[in-house]
Unconditional design. Structure first.
Length: 288
């Protein structure tokens, strides 16, 4: 019997824990603060930001959305980031990607204070992740949420083989580091690899993040594998679908995440969780 990993229910559980943590902080007069910067009017980005803002409010997190014109200069945007870096009421800063082409996205991400880098994109934080260093630091929210999903299955990961399809800095690369840090043997491949199926059929845990609808078919999956679908694509019928052919693969996998209702809700829940993490860590540093 295949387990359908219910990201919505897991997110509800995680959000309830986050709400409790926010309430405990409130008793000490502290309110976690999240600042989200959006440049331009990309429809998808606007929806994501609106969802994040609404969820933060529901959990008691102070959310500030800074909407900036597409014409903003690099210098002006860096000044906005610097102001939030210096604001003690803001514990997490997120710059919504993608940015307009005339802006240097990497330079903007690098300007965020690593201690407020709620997305985990700053090179100092990614270096800590890939070095498997001890201590407190944020990690890219989607991969971190996926680790929560895997842990919910209560299956040992140590010694198993993982294959990550996709090499982005947002999902694929940090995902590979988290799985490696969990003592798995990890292979990273991508949609341009002509031998991709030979690799994916070896995976005990298969994570797919390519943006290609139904790239992974039943023949590409090892019987009994755990399959995590990060894709958010549109099928020929216009409906939201994933990178995995869900209907075919669910009969092969032991567990699989659906699209929608899988990774998506966990990404936002993890963002909220990490905002509170950053707040608590800031308070700990201030008390030392």
């Amino acid at each position: 019997m295949t387990t359908i990993i219910d990201g919505k229910q897991l997110a509800r559980t995680l959000n309830a824990q986050t709400r409790d943590r926010v309430a405990r902080l409130a008793q000490t007069g502290v309110v976690p603060g999240l600042a989200v910067i959006i440049v331009g009017s990309d429809p998808a980005s606007s929806i994501y930001v609106r969802n994040k803002h609404r969820k933060a409010g529901q959990l008691g997190i102070r959310s500030v959305v800074r909407e900036l014109p597409e014409s903003i200069t690099q210098t002006e945007l860096l000044a906005v980031v610097a102001a939030y870096n210096a604001d003690p009421t803001v514990h997490g800063i997120l710059v919504q990607s993608p940015l307009p082409a005339h802006l240097n996205e990497r330079a903007i991400f690098n300007a965020i204070d690593p201690a407020k880098d709620v997305d985990g994109f700053h090179p100092l934080n990614t270096g800590r992740l890939f070095g498997n260093l001890p201590g407190h630091y944020p990690v890219s929210c989607t991969p971190q949420g996926i680790m929560t999903m895997l842990k919910s299955l209560h299956q040992p990961l140590s010694g198993k083989r993982a294959v990550v399809v996709g090499r982005s800095n947002i999902v694929g690369r940090p995902m590979s580091a988290l799985l490696l840090n969990a003592d798995m043997s990890v292979t990273v491949t991508h949609r341009h690899d002509p031998q991709i199926s030979e690799l994916t059929t070896m995976a005990d845990v298969l994570v797919v993040a390519t943006g290609v609808a139904h790239l992974i078919k039943a023949k590409d999956v090892k019987p009994g594998a755990i399959v995590i679908d990060v894709g958010m694509d549109r099928g020929a019928d216009g409906k939201l679908t994933g990178d995995v052919d869900f209907e075919a693969v669910k009969d092969v996998a032991s567990a699989i995440s659906p699209v929608p209702g899988g990774v998506g809700p966990m990404t936002i829940a993890t963002l909220m969780q990490q905002t509170v993490d950053l707040c608590e860590w800031s308070e700990q540093r201030g008390n030392n």
